[in-house]
Design a protein around this ligand. Structure first.
Ligand code: PLP
Length: 456
């Protein structure tokens, strides 16, 4: 019987997971290989060595079920972990639903999102390998601030290429990174060949995550080994680091004497959804449970629901290895009218494959419906969600309303990946009626397919 009193489930510091959970140990099929862009052959760890320290490369390809979390990382995690799991009792009441809704709240990290979980791990392993500097990209600024914080903790320099439109519209995230001591550029810049090649064709280019990744990768690749590159989502080792979220949630739901029928996360590159869902998915795959997994994405950047499952570059210019994923095409330019993050052309290869195999379901939402859900949630639960996380809330509310319709006691778990206190401009625009619903056109997806790299 589910517990009927409590609304908040906390764990003690020694219940912070001691290992990350690796879904590759339990997937029905092995992951598709990552290919070298020049040869079309599977990449070797040595091919990736200019960009990442060997410890992270080995995690990227590991099939061990559990990978131990070094003590210094757990010690830093302890500042905000274990994060709380809430039962959204007032939201349930507001929706008048028989569903039980739980959310794991990752906005309690100092930078306000789950991104800190992998930032700390990545900087730790780079520091251990003697790396002095990391280059990275950031869209809305969440990842850049997380890596900048971790850089400050370990005394590793951080250089951030921030998508120009966000650099101009979101000064406070930029200021936060600078406060942590990072250097922040508006991308595309004229500091890299990649940036210059974009600006030559289009001097007014406002940037994209794909372009910023090209710039950050180039800085690391040309550094002669002093600088490595760091990515905040998409890659297997990033998803791995986020699994502390789901492992804690498993324990917390045990205390609540409950178990989810559906586990929901918003997806940009896939890391917060994977972080919550993979530990439950592993259990479902091993025990034959029928837990559903639902990825929520924006209509304006619908990689999973409309993208093509194919080999593509992770960046715009074409410098990264080729990964098999759902993609809108590496030259995708996000529509400027969209408020939230979640604007990457690709998707985590692990999430993509699990979607292709029918294990993860996906739905796309318009932004006005997403902000309506965020507002309902805030009025019931008090927390302003990040616009990205609000996609998961939309999906969770829809599930709860379906359960009401069906008269079903559905148990819903979603990841509240971050707070939205730096995103109040988006809320202001929503209340002013200035957000447009925009559906990424099918012919743009078809056209992008023509420009995908040819695999021989
Ligand atoms: C970056 C970010 C996302 C999207 O990235 P994922 O890798 O898909 O999790 C979602 N929510 C928040 C709060 C973020 O900062």
């Amino acid at each position: 019987m589910p517990d009927t009193t409590y609304s908040k489930y906390l764990l003690s510091e020694d219940e912070i997971p001691k290992a990350w959970y690796n879904i590759m140990a339990d997937m029905p099929n092995p992951p598709a290989p990552v290919l070298h862009p020049g040869t079309g052959q599977p990449v070797t760890p040595d091919d990736l060595a200019p960009l990442f320290p060997m410890s992270l490369i080995l995690q990227e390809v590991s099939t061990e079920r559990y990978i131990e979390i070094p003590q210094p990382i757990r010690q830093i995690y302890a500042q905000w972990r274990p994060s709380p799991l809430f039962r959204a009792r007032r939201l349930e009441k507001a929706l008048d639903t028989p569903a039980r809704i739980y959310y794991k709240y990752e906005g309690v990290s100092p930078v306000g999102s789950h991104k800190a979980n992998t930032a700390v791990a990545q900087v730790f392993y780079n520091k251990e390998a003697g790396i002095k500097k990391l280059s990275t990209e950031t869209g809305a600024g969440q990842w850049g601030s997380a890596l900048s914080m971790a850089g400050a903790f370990f005394d590793v320099e951080v250089e951030v290429f921030m998508v120009k439109v966000s650099y101009q519209q979101k000064p406070y995230r930029r200021n936060l990174m600078q406060t942590f001591g990072a250097t922040v550029h508006a991308s595309p810049t004229n500091l890299t060949d990649a940036g210059r090649s974009i600006l030559e064709k289009d001097p007014q280019n406002m940037g994209s995550l794909g372009i910023a990744i090209s710039e950050a990768v180039e800085v690391a690749a040309k550094s002669g080994g002093t600088t490595k590159y760091s990515l905040g989502s998409v890659l297997n080792h990033v998803l791995l680091h986020q699994t502390v979220i789901g492992q804690e949630a498993l324990l917390q739901l045990e205390k609540a004497d409950d178990y989810p029928d559906v586990v929901i996360g918003c997806v940009g590159g896939g890391s917060n959804m994977a972080g919550l869902a993979f530990p439950f998915m592993g259990e479902a795959l091993r025990k034959g449970l029928r837990t559903r997994f639902l990825a929520a994405e924006p209509m304006s950047c619908p990689s999973l629901t409309k993208g093509i499952y194919a080999y593509d570059f992770g960046d715009t210019v074409g410098m990264t290895p080729l990964v098999k994923m759902h993609t809108l095409g590496h030259d995708f330019m996000p529509p400027g009218i969209h408020a939230g993050g979640l604007r990457y052309h690709g998707m985590s290869p692990l999430i993509s494959q699990l979607h292709e195999e029918g294990i993860i379901d996906a739905r796309a939402y318009h932004q006005n419906a997403v902000f309506a859900a965020a507002t309902t949630f805030t009025r019931a639960e008090g927390i302003i969600p990040a616009p990205e996380a609000a996609h998961a809330i939309r999906a969770a509310i829809d599930e709860a309303l379906e359960a009401k319709e069906a008269g079903e006691e559905r148990v819903i778990l979603f990841n509240l990946s971050g707070h939205g206190y730096f995103d109040m401009l988006a809320y202001e625009n929503y209340f002013a009626g200035n957000l447009q619903d925009y559906e990424y056109p099918a012919d743009a997806v078809a056209a992008a397919q023509q420009r995908l790299p040819q695999i021989v």
